[in-house]
Design a protein around this ligand. Structure first.
Ligand SMILES: Cc1cc2nc3c(=O)[nH]c(=O)nc-3n(C[C@H](O)[C@H](O)[C@H](O)COP(=O)(O)OP(=O)(O)OC[C@H]3O[C@@H](n4cnc5c(N)ncnc54)[C@H](O)[C@@H]3O)c2cc1C
Length: 282
């Protein structure tokens, strides 16, 4: 039989003490858009739900010098209404527009999107393209983890049961170009079949800096590092883009499922790369 307790800590320290005491028997809840369906589906049957949604310390979007920080309780809707995100982390703003629908965006948090660790998470792909760091706290102190090193498999991450994601941070991308493309079976409310986040800076006609992040194409969202290395210093001629499309297809490990075959996802990977450059540089 299901048995749940519910706790509402008033401060971050109170939440951390509670998570420490509960261990694997505690479960953080923020916007509840992932966890409630899981409870209804009986994937979670007994635990103490630790509701962090009122912790002001985990809210807010700030910019200091070259660095942007976003509290883990920031909702996708708040990202979309933030001039800081629109101007200095454009790829995250672009991804927010393709996230679920307005109802879900009002509740879904960026921290929950990270902690849920879906290979298709639409908030994570732009954070990878921003080379963001995840800020995590426990009673033992705070640590920062590159988003690239955060995930270990589908639904799995390095986050421990006694830890809270407090926020994310990244360097401004104000002068760079970005694109986010989500390919789903519908225009809205679709799980990504494949997605791409691109951040690119040019020097003259050559690629100076480039970060390519891919979603739903491997057990975790990933950076296409070999493609990035190939493109750096190159001019984006049709031949260079075609070669980059070949390389990027070797970097992913898509699965076949009810929504698409492995072959189709592989094909999409190259198509999305080309489209992302076209969109970013248009
Ligand atoms: C109808 C619908 C449509 C959706 N569409 C999309 C979509 O288009 N794209 C997409 O990426 N996702 C989508 N989702 C999934 C979901 O909305 C997101 O993953 C969302 O960001 C989860 O955030 P949350 O605050 O609701 O998390 P919750 O459900 O509250 O928590 C999710 C998980 O994260 C943990 N957690 C939450 N916050 C923290 C924290 N600060 N520290 C540590 N652990 C934490 C919880 O313990 C739980 O395991 C959709 C969900 C629904 C129901």
């Amino acid at each position: 039989m299901s048995s749940f307790a519910y706790a509402v800590p008033k401060t971050k320290d109170e939440a951390l003490a509670l998570l420490n005491e509960l261990g694997p028997g505690g479960r953080v809840v923020a916007g509840c858009t992932n966890i409630l369906p899981d409870i209804r589906a009986k994937k979670i049957t007994a635990c103490t739900l630790v509701d962090i949604s009122r912790l002001a310390e985990l809210k807010g979007i700030n910019v200091r010098g070259e660095k942007v920080t976003i509290g883990s309780l920031t909702t996708i809707n708040e990202l979309l209404h933030s001039e800081i995100v629109a101007n200095h982390g454009q790829v995250l703003w672009q991804a927010g527009q393709r996230f679920a629908d307005p109802l879900v965006r009002n509740r879904a948090t960026i921290g929950g999107n990270l902690a849920n660790a879906s290979p298709a998470a639409d908030g994570v792909v732009p954070l990878l393209a921003l080379d963001a760091r995840v800020m995590v706290a426990s009673l033992a102190g705070e640590r920062e983890i590159p988003v690239d090193a955060f995930f270990t498999g589908p639904g799995k991450s390095v986050l421990q049961p006694n830890e809270l994601i407090t926020g994310v941070s990244f360097a401004k991308t104000t002068t760079m170009k970005s694109a986010f493309i989500k390919f789903g079976l519908r225009k809205a409310m679709a799980i990504s079949l494949a997605s791409i986040g691109l951040v690119v800076g040019l020097k003259g006609d050559k690629v100076d800096q480039v970060r390519i992040a891919l979603g739903a194409l491997a057990p975790t969202p990933l950076r296409a590092r070999q493609t990035e290395s190939y493109l750096a210093g190159n001019t984006l001629t049709p031949a260079v883009v075609a070669r980059a499309q070949e390389i990027v297809r070797t970097e992913v490990k898509p699965i076949s499922d009810v929504r698409a075959s492995q072959e189709y996802r592989l094909h999409l990977t190259g198509v999305l790369l080309k489209r992302a450059f076209e969109a970013a540089l248009a």
